[in-house]
Design a protein around this ligand. Structure first.
Ligand SMILES: Nc1ncnc2c1ncn2[C@@H]1O[C@H](COP(=O)(O)OP(=O)(O)O)[C@@H](O)[C@H]1O
Ligand SMILES: [Mg+2]
Length: 549
């Protein structure tokens, strides 16, 4: 990967480790800067999975692409910070790297001025302390009930979080979908068992429109069913369902075929034994298996593994719908939401293996017909399937990322009902908060003048965020920033830069929000990673010293 002639692979190995890390961070930040904010440009990326070109400004997507191009271990280490942030929040990756690089440049300058690492580390601790105080005082708090019931607020919050990532009409549609998902989730995310990754299933419908996306209270099995004639008028009410996890076929017991272990056969055939004996044995076994399964009167049997033709035709005769070799995650989703145990042994079948769903349908979803299994609304762990429409697979994938980010934002909001304002507001407000704390009597007594100087320098690093938002929107950032800072000095709160109308204005009225939990996590990661990077040479020195002694 090359940027302005510097390549991550080529960074000289004789520079010390923290200097190299700083260089790497700068390159990564440069890579993100151009696509930062709603007016940032998209990146042209190569999607290996789809063997296709992907155009995106999504931080997580760009991060994945970067990983493909980077071989240096140190650089990979830096990328893990961003991955953690993305995995947890689906957002904030660019902000993180831009701030990280900006702060490291300031540290370099401070070091050149003779400031020691110890002072820098102490300053970082103080800044972190102030951040924690800042987030306790100056945030808008909303009650959970208000969040849960206020669809209008949720909608404008969601639109703000994905603004500029999709076309305007799609943005609205994706935000509406996220509001619906949020309503479906209700206050479930507060429960200890809740995990968004298993709770919501995504299905892509390439070849359709984003507007055709919808939510289903239940799950979809994408494998083709056998014997669909038993579904009258496309749907079956209160279907009885079994899930079989072991294989339902027999290998020739002489081991002549594939050699793998057959399913519980109890007699061994000797080489050359009569073929009819074997066929008879197989038939008997199949009948026994089917009879055992039929005891629970199932309408649908799904299997994880393959199935014997005899068993299949017997099930057909008995009007059982069958879906073979269901994908692991779909199989597990179904057993989890039906709250049943998958059948592991044919001799041990009981009521705990039987699930009863609300309705089963077989109809066209996207381009193909699929089985959908709806669940009773009262099931507390009922899963939702989000059907994502889009012209191509990669479009669906981007919509999924957008949706996930909003779902995380909802969960965060529910768990911690706080929000921040965007458009550089948080960074400006925090920088101002730091300035104020520096001038307080208490702080001056407790800290030495070097630390105060350090913090003064570091706090300016936060201005990179509003500056870049302006630059990417084509505005002179020097002028804009000085206006913004002067407003803060005069204690005008909630001001930020709105890229939609290019105005410096009150973010409350502009409805430009940021996700509090995501930003809080990002900032805390920032302070920790900065400390880690500053310390790195020390660790290496310590090792070499202890080796010598
Ligand atoms: N309408 C807007 N005006 C100004 N800034 C905005 C607006 N909408 C979002 N932002 C800002 O864009 C930034 C996020 O940009 P984004 O490209 O998503 O990067 P990240 O990967 O850090 O989330 C945040 O600082 C957010 O406040
Ligand atoms: Mg973002």
């Amino acid at each position: 990967m090359e940027l302005g002639g510097i390549s991550i692979k080529n960074i000289k190995l004789n520079t010390n480790s923290s200097a190299r890390l700083i260089q790497i961070c700068k390159i990564i930040a440069e890579y993100f800067k151009g696509s930062f904010g709603p007016k940032g440009l998209d990146k042209l990326l190569y999607d290996k999975f789809d063997n296709n070109i992907l155009i995106s400004s999504d931080g997580g997507t760009i991060l994945e692409d970067l990983k493909e191009h980077i071989e240096l271990k140190l650089a990979k280490f830096i990328l893990t910070y961003g991955k953690n942030i993305y995995d947890r929040n689906g957002d904030g990756v660019k902000t993180f790297y831009i701030l990280l690089s900006e702060m490291l440049s300031i540290f370099q300058k401070l070091t050149e001025q003779g400031i020691s690492r110890g002072i820098i580390l102490e300053s970082l601790d103080k800044i972190k302390e102030q951040w924690i105080k800042f987030t306790q005082h100056s945030l808008l708090e909303r009650s959970r009930e208000k969040i849960l019931k206020n669809e209008r607020f949720l909608s404008s919050y969601f639109i703000s979080l994905i603004y500029g990532k999709f076309s305007n009409s799609n943005t609205k549609h994706i935000a509406d979908l996220a509001v619906k998902i949020s309503c479906m989730l209700g206050n479930k995310p507060l429960a200890a068992w809740f995990d968004p990754k298993t709770f919501i299933q995504f299905q892509f419908l390439p070849g359709t429109f984003i507007t055709e996306s919808k939510i289903l209270n239940g799950c979809i099995i994408s494998k083709e069913p056998v014997n669909t004639t038993i579904i009258p008028g496309h749907s079956l009410l209160k279907p009885r369902i079994l899930a079989v996890k072991m294989k339902l076929y027999l290998d020739p017991p002489d081991g002549s075929e594939s050699g793998h272990q057959g399913y519980e056969y109890d007699i061994k055939f000797k080489n050359g034994q009569d073929h009819n004996d074997f066929t008879k044995y197989m038939e008997d076994r199949s009948i026994k298996i089917v009879n055992n399964l039929l005891k629970l009167k199932p309408d649908l049997i799904i299997t994880h593994k393959g199935i014997n033709r005899d068993i299949e035709s017997l099930l057909n005769k008995n009007d059982v719908l069958l879906i073979r070799r269901v994908k692991t995650d779909e199989f597990e989703n179904l057993t989890r939401v039906l709250e049943i145990e998958a059948i592991g042994s044919i001799n041990d079948i009981s009521d705990r293996n039987l699930g009863i769903a609300e309705r089963l349908t077989y109809k066209k979803i996207g381009r193909e017909k699929k089985i959908t299994i709806e669940l009773p609304k009262n099931k507390k762990r009922a899963i939702g399937t989000v059907l994502i429409g889009g012209s191509q697979w990669i479009v669906c994938k981007q919509v999924k990322r957008g949706l996930l980010k909003l779902i995380y934002a909802y969960i965060n909001l529910l768990r911690m009902p706080k929000i921040l304002y965007g458009g550089g507001n948080t960074e400006l407000a925090f920088a101002q908060y730091l300035k104020k704390s520096l001038s307080s009597q208490n702080f001056r007594i407790k800290s030495n003048y070097k630390i105060i100087y350090c913090i003064q320098e570091i706090l300016e690093g936060f201005y990179i965020i509003p500056s870049l938002l302006m630059e990417n929107a084509g505005i002179n950032s020097k002028k804009g920033l000085s206006i913004l800072i002067s407003k803060y000095i005069n204690d005008v709160r909630n001001i930020g830069f709105n890229v939609i109308n290019l105005q410096i204005e009150d973010m409350r009225h502009a409805h430009v929000y940021d996700n509090f939990s995501a930003k809080n996590h990002l900032y805390l990661t920032l302070f920790e990673s900065l400390k880690q990077i500053v310390r790195i040479d020390k660790i290496i020195n310590k090792k070499s010293i202890s080796k010598k002694s």
